[in-house]
Design a protein around this ligand. Structure first.
Ligand code: ATP
Ligand code: MG
Length: 139
């Protein structure tokens, strides 16, 4: 089924000018970038986005990191886009990411792991609505 997922190219990657290289991996995997915007996330936006991790020991560091520089928020579309993009990103801890995945190729650290991808179709809808209106998405 054609699906949409939210991707974020994180500050460690924008800082190193990796937006184009990451987009190339995404497109080569057959996913279409149907919405894309470069933004600076506010603290409130980052805290809301990662609200599910509020009680985790890494929450403060994560919010600090996500607001430390520009991010590129994207809507990706394709067959089973949510799980497909999780495969393309690789494991959360880059040390465990499979060869050829974005995190294996480009991640700097556990927190600086270059990309975010939604983890379910329900969360994808919710996350997309935090950054995009339907008019911003051109399929
Ligand atoms: P994302 O949600 O960013 O796509 P994910 O779903 O693979 O990544 P989550 O478990 O949702 O991973 O964690 C969100 C983010 O928090 C991770 O991408 C990573 O940047 C950071 N993170 C998660 N676990 C740790 C940890 N143990 N130490 C440091 N940072 C962590
Ligand atoms: Mg997650």
């Amino acid at each position: 089924m054609t699906e949409r997922t939210l991707s974020i190219i994180k500050p460690d990657a924008t800082r190193r000018n990796l937006t184009g290289k990451i987009n190339a991996v995404i497109e080569e995997a057959g996913l279409r970038i149907v919405g894309q915007r470069r933004i600076r996330m506010s603290r409130a936006q980052a805290e809301a986005f990662y609200g599910i991790h509020k009680e985790k020991p890494f929450f403060g560091e994560l919010v600090e990191f996500m607001t430390s520089g520009p991010v590129v928020v994207q809507v990706l579309e394709g067959e089973g886009a949510v799980s497909r993009y999780r495969e393309v990103m690789g494991a959360t801890n880059p040390a465990n990411a499979a060869p050829g995945t974005i995190r294996q190729l480009y991640a700097e650290s556990f927190t600086g792991n270059s990309v975010h991808g939604s983890d379910s179709p329900e969360n994808a809808r919710d996350e997309i609505s935090q950054f995009f209106t339907e008019a911003d998405i051109v399929g």
